[in-house]
Design a protein around this ligand. Sequence first.
Ligand code: FES
Ligand SMILES: [Fe+2]
Length: 410
Amino acid sequence: MLCKLLLQLTLASNNDPGGEHRNAESLKGVLLHMSSISALRRHAPAPSREVRDLRKTGLDPNFWYPLARSKDLRPGKALGVSYAGEPIVLVRPEKGELFALEDRCAHRQVPLHLGVVRGERVQCHYHCWTYDRTGSCVNVPYLDDDKQLPNGVRSYPSREAYGLIFVYPGDQAAPGFGAFPDVSTFAKGEYKTRTLDRTIGCHYSFMHENLMDMNHQFLHRSLMGSIRATLLDVRSGDGWVEVDYTFSRAAGKQPLGERFMINRKHQPDPAKGQIDKMTIRTGYPYQTLQFWTAGSSEPALDLWNCYVPTDREQRKNQTYGLMMIRKPGIPGVIHLLWPFIVAFTNGIFGQDQHIVEAEQKAFDEQGEDQNQEIFPAIQALRALLIEKGIPLELGQRVAAPVKLADLPRA
Ligand code: FES
Ligand SMILES: [Fe+2]
């Protein structure tokens, strides 16, 4: 495959003097690809030698994670969400910025999202212990004025962007606190965004693998016909792995949704070095995908994804995605095409969800990761997710025993 591509690029540089620089770059990419593949083969750990079971590896909490869509939290309301089994309540006062607290009343651990939002405070539904935006308990209605208020609950940094509510569940001294995800295409008028918000029954690692391993086009044969993915390049560095592909359709017809989504201007012409290109990157802990049609400098599709574990064992995730699709030149046409694009992408996501949940089920039955991974890009991805992840602590938290003699006297 690589030899064929090299031959095509050599022929192209002979036939197209103006494309010398471009082809030199492409050739460099292919050579880089060859060296990165061999480097990855040398350095990527074999599955049996991985230090930790990937599916038992927790996501690093020292990053900003989307936990809800902005539209799902109205002013004066509270919303219960979760990060890796940690219950979190998002509170949007009638006026002012939203805030995020541990979703457990300090009194008897009743979820605070059941309570009442009053001004910039939330009152627990049960005995009305009241918390401010820092999590301090600021009122217990039946406590005498001369008595000290009890300890409050944990607060979390929170921020809204791209129509999502982000929370930082980790240590604020870690570098991830200052690294808010940059999704600059979201604000560009030439793109229309579809926001994805799905509950998926699998460990986040299956999601990263699914998107990055484009060798799974067979799964989508009923919707897309026969698509062949060709690997062009694999790159990696500290905290990231990136893969380039191009595609060809061996059989079947292009579905309308796909056609409207990529909105092609030119047919690929490998002899001129003009090929479709897809780049998929896991920049821990996020994942992006960009797709350029041949001859276009702007991506037709720019996708940003984050797979947030919701349960303590991290066998489920809430997938948030921002799928930004470049609009056709004629104003308003995107709205006519949108239902086709939505139906097509729903079909693809549905097939992907079905298969990653099947993978999780197989893992649960076997009790350990027995994958035999042969694709260097995914070997590199697995190594990255293990290296950057944290061990899962599956034990229950046990409160320290309280001695009667230590209790305050009324
Ligand atoms: S449980 Fe919240 S006030 Fe009692
Ligand atoms: Fe897929």
